[in-house]
Ligand binder design. Structure first.
Ligand SMILES: Cc1cc2nc3c(=O)[nH]c(=O)nc-3n(C[C@H](O)[C@H](O)[C@H](O)COP(=O)(O)OP(=O)(O)OC[C@H]3O[C@@H](n4cnc5c(N)ncnc54)[C@H](O)[C@@H]3O)c2cc1C
Length: 250
């Protein structure tokens, strides 16, 4: 098996973000639990960015699953000496199940990975996040707002409102930055204040249409590869050609 150069990070806190539901018999889907795991930096290193992981560039933390390959997680926050991973736990999930099984005081093997760079432009930044993809999108929204861009619009898609989290964090960021707009869209629930449906052309038109023709508009999609490819193709169709309008470049 390939040898990976990893470092040991100690789990120091585990906080429930979404409690989740016990699966109902016969139910095909249910709300899955989400936890924020806080790890001490390897060697108690206080230098930032933690692990050298640039949250604002979409770098990831690779977690080595014993006897398996490393899997990617976005660093959802970092403070001197520690960093967070916010993890949705899938039934039978090799990596998420492993992370869920780690006890406070135990260590995991990790390393940071990422070479992407922020592309020039981006007076208007659109972030299209699917489900737990918010763990990458929200820290990037915060970083873009810090730069003083004209507008950051987060379009966050999930099945139900119960699958969503970090509402207080989003509200705080909105209170601090008038430039931060948020649209939530649910595929399986009608809810006041949220759109209903999927991230299709008419939704992207409605949310980002007023930016059309602005060569400064930049976008980031975060989700499974398939969701991202689909969203990028739809952005292209509605007038934001991919990858010309990508926020990050490899
Ligand atoms: C760049 C990047 C960043 C990521 N960041 C995060 C993050 O911050 N937090 C986080 O929780 N995850 C994140 N992921 C996803 C993570 O890497 C794993 O894919 C996820 O934890 C599932 O792995 P697993 O080994 O637990 O599940 P597996 O053992 O691969 O699968 C177990 C079961 O869960 C189902 N399943 C797995 N993934 C999904 C999915 N996305 N949607 C629906 N069903 C699924 C499978 O179909 C299977 O039935 C990220 C992925 C990438 C590529």
């Amino acid at each position: 098996m390939k040898q990976w150069v990893t470092e040991s990070a100690k789990l120091i806190r585990k906080v429930t973000v979404v409690a989740g539901e016990v699966p109902k018999e016969g139910a095909s889907r249910w709300t899955l639990p989400v936890y924020t795991l806080t790890f001490e930096n390897p060697g108690q290193d206080k230098t930032m960015p933690s692990l050298g992981c640039r949250i604002d560039r979409g770098d990831v933390v690779k977690v080595l699953i014993p006897g398996y390959k490393p899997k990617s997680y976005s660093m959802s926050a970092a403070r001197p000496g520690e960093f967070d991973l916010t993890v949705k736990v899938y039934p039978g999930g090799k990596c998420s199940g492993y992370l869920d099984s780690v006890k406070v005081g135990e260590t995991v093997e990790v390393f940071a990975k990422g070479k992407k760079e922020r592309r020039p432009g981006g007076s208007h930044v659109g972030l299209v996040a699917f489900g737990v993809g918010i763990t990458e999108a929200l820290p990037i929204a915060a970083a873009e707002l810090q730069k003083g861009v004209h507008e950051v619009h987060l379009l966050w898609a999930a099945r139900t409102y119960a699958d969503m989290f970090w509402h207080d964090e989003i509200a705080e960021l909105q209170a601090a930055h008038e430039a931060f707009k948020v649209t939530r869209i649910l595929s399986r629930e009608d809810r006041e204040g949220c759109l209903r449906g999927r991230v299709e052309a008419r939704v992207l038109e409605d949310v980002f249409g007023s930016w059309k023709g602005n060569p400064q508009a930049r976008f980031l999609t975060v989700g499974t590869k398939e969701m991202m490819r689909q969203a990028e193709a739809t952005l292209t169709r509605v007038g934001f050609p991919w990858p010309d309008c990508a926020l990050l470049a490899k």
